[in-house]
Design a protein around this ligand. Structure first.
Ligand code: PAF
Length: 287
């Protein structure tokens, strides 16, 4: 595995692979790998001749009061993990190279970026779209893999690529969870033991919603009320950021479930802001 830090070197390497008719899969990450990242890499490895993993804690997707400075990092361990998954290039750029002093261009999908996480993180998806499009341009990747825990992110990135004719195929992977259901996240390290004890109730609540929908409940408000009640009982330390039911593709809010819908949430638990989601089946179908 080569570690590349320089943007021009990454472009040159990927151009030479393309000249040799090798396909490229990109797995963009912010590091501090857990089994969810490993699943993205292992899957990416199966898709193309060459696997590029980028590791960059992208400053432009963090708000001023967010955890950019304290975001967990361990590059040596991450490099070992990427290599163990057959990664060909680990791209580790510096922030001043990704964003020069005079950087002035932003990529936005405003309608989809102002809902769900966008309400409390207004600049987040602008930063994500901009950095991911830069990575797509640098690598000219044929495939890219993202996790479904960040459902809104992958939906927005697919829309960006569709609208801007970016020739990459975006694939997604199911959320990897702890045995007790908690979605894996690099931010889980922020949880105290008591917060960690309460955190699995987030997914348990979403599963209760899925069961209610599978039994035929169509009213989004009734489904949300059940979840809120379960969370109030089981996550007393939690502070709700949002709980909402939306169309899985457009992210538009849904009041009655005529088609498959997505229930998505964010909950603050101590220093951590945890997100999760679940697909609610359309009438009659089983999840
Ligand atoms: O999901 C992430 O880790 C980040 O948002 C991404 C896609 C690497 C962009 O910085």
């Amino acid at each position: 595995m080569h570690i590349i830090k320089n943007l021009a070197d990454l472009s040159a390497q990927c151009r030479s692979w393309h000249n040799d008719r090798k396909s490229i899969c990109l797995v963009p990450t912010m590091g501090y790998y857990h089994a969810g990242h490993e699943d993205l890499m292992a899957y990416g490895r199966t898709l193309a001749d060459k696997l590029v993993v980028s590791l960059f804690v992208n400053p432009t997707q963090f708000g001023p009061a967010e955890d950019l400075a304290s975001y967990p990092q361990d590059h040596e361990r991450d490099a070992r993990i990427a290599e163990s998954h057959g990664c060909d290039v680990l791209f580790l750029p510096e922030a001043q190279d990704m964003y020069t002093q005079d950087h002035a261009t932003w990529v936005e999908v405003p309608k989809m970026a102002k809902v769900l996480c966008g309400v409390s993180r207004p600049i987040h998806f602008r930063g994500v779209c901009t950095v991911v499009l830069k990575l797509f341009n640098l690598t000219q990747a044929d495939f890219a893999v993202f996790g479904e825990k960040d459902w809104q992110q992958q939906a927005i990135l697919k829309k960006m690529c569709e609208d801007l004719n970016v020739p990459v195929k975006i694939l997604t992977r199911a959320t990897v969870r702890e045995n007790d259901g908690l979605a894996l996240s690099s931010r889980n390290v922020y949880l105290t033991p008591e917060e960690r004890r309460q955190a699995p109730a987030i997914y348990a609540g979403l599963c209760a919603a899925r069961n209610l929908a599978a039994k035929g409940e169509r009213n989004a408000k009734k489904i949300k009320d059940l979840v809120l009640q379960e969370w109030a009982e089981n996550i007393p330390l939690g502070r709700l950021d949002y709980l909402t039911i939306v169309d899985p593709h457009s992210l538009e809010s849904v009041e009655y479930l005529h088609n498959d819908a997505l229930m998505a949430c964010a909950i603050r638990l101590g220093k951590a802001r945890l997100i999760d989601n679940i697909l609610l089946p359309a009438c009659g179908s089983q999840a």
